[in-house]
Design a protein around this ligand. Structure first.
Ligand code: PEP
Ligand code: MN
Length: 338
């Protein structure tokens, strides 16, 4: 961290500031310039509050050199992390993983049917929401634990790990029992109590980017889970809020190379929530593969028109099969398998 202080800063003010920073356990060295005094701060600067320093009237500028995250930082963990989701590996040079299934679990029979069809199409994991974060309290809220049990039966029948969203820390035990990859939804990305609870959990986490969060805030959310002791985090981009209204969200594919260079964590793309439109899903999925995504999460239903939620962005198992066939060709071009 580099702090530039104004030349007119009284000696006592400089000493006070240096002392308050050194109290955090870091080392401060000063370079006296003609117009400014420059301080270099070395050590663990994650504990130093740069905004508080910026607020000091004698400080001209504060610049962070080191990223505020450690566990997720590629610098301290140069190799790609490969996350094992009940036998399916995600990240590194492993196969690009396809996660398919309905937005909401709709009962045992339909879950079994969709599981069978997504598996036949080439998916390796089954998704389905049992607890749904709906914008309206009058919309279907999910089947709850009964939904998780439907997924679990499909897992046993088709040997596919299951992915489902957890909304509250008081349901962690339930998810530990039934779910293989616990999803943190976009709306809960900065639910810090939930993130802390997941830091103590034994299952891997699929961490979706918040609707209006920066990449650094998203990585810091992963850092919360990792700092708590659970280093098995997979990042998931699902589109962000922009001024554009044609699509439900704006898919930010630039996060793929950035997350991969800044962190060692795998990244999965969700083109369903990112676009909100089923006819855009395939092209965005293929683009994500080309850009280096480690996986795709897609909403799939045998009859999207009748899906209990998010039908507009849901594709059929037949469309999933075509998408995977095309995707495999792109994966080959970039030296990966799918
Ligand atoms: C979902 O995956 O069903 C979901 C609600 O996603 P998001 O949190 O990205 O909106
Ligand atoms: Mn959905």
């Amino acid at each position: 961290m580099i702090i530039t202080m104004k030349k007119n800063a009284p000696e006592q003010e400089i000493q006070n500031l240096v002392q308050s920073i050194e109290d955090k356990g870091v080392k401060v060295t000063m370079i006296q310039g003609a117009n400014y005094n420059v301080f270099g701060i070395v050590g663990d600067t994650t504990v130093v509050d740069d905004r508080l320093i910026t607020a000091n009237p004698y400080v001209d500028n504060v610049k962070r050199i080191a990223a505020p995250y450690k566990k997720a930082n590629r610098l301290f963990h140069p190799l790609d992390s490969v996350i094992d989701v009940d036998g399916v590996k995600v990240g590194g040079n492993e196969k690009i993983v396809i996660i398919g299934g309905p937005c909401s679990v709709e009962g045992e029979e339909s879950t079994m049917q969709i599981a069978k069809e997504v598996k036949e199409a080439g998916a390796m994991m089954l998704r389905g929401g049992a607890y749904k974060p709906r914008t309206s309290p009058y919309s279907f809220q999910g089947m709850g634990i009964e939904g998780l049990k439907c997924l679990y039966k499909a897992k046993l029948a088709y040997n596919m790990p299951i992915v489902s969203e957890l909304m509250s820390e008081n349901k962690v035990d339930e998810f530990e029992e039934y779910v293989d990859l616990i999803q943190v939804g976009a709306r809960n990305m900065q639910n810090f109590d939930l993130l802390k609870a997941l830091g103590k959990c034994s299952k891997p986490i699929l961490l979706k980017r918040g609707l209006s969060n920066t990449m650094e805030e998203w990585i810091m959310a992963a850092e919360y889970i990792m700092a708590g002791g659970n280093e098995n985090v997979i990042m998931c981009e699902r589109g962000i809020r922009t001024f554009e209204t044609y699509t439900r969200n704006t898919l930010d594919l630039s996060v793929i190379p950035i997350i991969k260079s800044k962190t060692h964590l795998p990244i999965v793309i969700d083109p369903s929530h990112a676009t909100g439109k089923r006819d855009l899903v395939e092209s965005m999925a293929l683009a994500a593969i080309a850009a280096g995504a480690d996986g795709l999460m897609l909403e799939v239903h045998e009859n999207p028109e009748c899906a209990w939620s998010d039908g507009a962005q849901t594709i059929t198992p037949a469309a999933l099969k075509t998408l995977i066939e095309k995707g495999r060709k792109i994966a080959n071009v970039i030296g990966r398998e799918m």
